[in-house]
Unconditional design. Sequence first.
Length: 384
Amino acid sequence: MAIIFDEIVDRNTPEDIKHKKIDGIDDLIPMWVADMDFKSPPEVIESLVEQAKRGVYGYPEADASYDNAVVDWFKRRHGWEVDPKTILKLPGVVLGVSLAVRALTNENDSVMIFEPLYGPIAKTIKGNKRNLVISDLVRRDSRYEIDFDDMENKIRENDVKMLILCNPHNPVGRVWTKEELIKIGKICLKNQIIIVSDEIHADFVYSGHKHIPIASLSDELKKITVTCTSATKSFNIAGIQAANIVIADDSMRRAVDKMALTTGAYGLNIMGLVATRAAYTYGDKWMDELRAYLEGNIELVKSRLAGTKLKVTDIEGTYLMWIDASKLFIEDPAKYFLENAHIKFSEGNFFSKKAGQFIRMNIACPRSVVNEALDKMLKLPAIR
Ligand SMILES: Cc1ncc(COP(=O)(O)O)c(C=O)c1O
């Protein structure tokens, strides 16, 4: 049987960021921007084609059919009960994080993150004139952990008002366990810290691990949490920009909603609406097959890079592999692979100033492409 994810989809269009030409390289393998080289599920494509063919693109409103699709997905996939009234619809997750920062903290307040972390989050905090407090994740063997002592010390020293959590965590691939989330939650409740949980990668969790929305753990945690979700990563529709931000507490939700109106960045676009609804209604089987396929890609990378100087971080969630290249003793490993193997990885310092010796490899592409990239990497004497 043909595996749909093996298909090479032509992404060579002028609008495509990930596949754009870099440094004039013709045979570039793009493994950087976090989207996938797979077609979306057929029902998602059909929903967009149908909408496009209507020829009318007026202002949309999400009705009960949209809310039910979202809420049912959360319940089915993550065992999370969400009241549809508590969902704000926005054009993006980073926007949701930024609006929460602006609406729920004041200028100069301290906001904490765990680094390395997807770069735009820190930029959002600093850009909004908040004091960025970083608690570095600790790498033990090939797995990252939260340093809870450091977290608590920095909360006390800086009077932290908000924690931005990323679960599953981009780029270190952790899916935080129930025990870890309870510990994070206890610390935040004790110190009256609002949690903003970026759960955009929630659907990419591999065997032996389970995504737990922190807001689902207790009523107390639900009241202090803003959960940022989206179907865009899961179904490869990031270009249509849509997010669902769940805020159970009425006054917090009103404040974020008001901030959205104040900035003018509000609501869903029509394509985002129909695609999200179709994805969450029909996407289960496709998503399960995709996850199995990605798990195969991950195993392939791990086995083929075993015994080299590249140290692959354990990956429990996301399709992004965080690789330690420090044993290569090369100043800029991402540049090295671009120039010598024609592979574009994300640079480690996009995620932390201290991570310049890391590269992030996006394996959400056909297995033949992963193999081709590995062939090129393994030919380099420096990694042996
Ligand atoms: C953790 C995380 N949050 C947010 C985003 C971007 O979300 P959006 O495009 O909805 O702003 C990404 C994209 O890579 C991400 O990895």
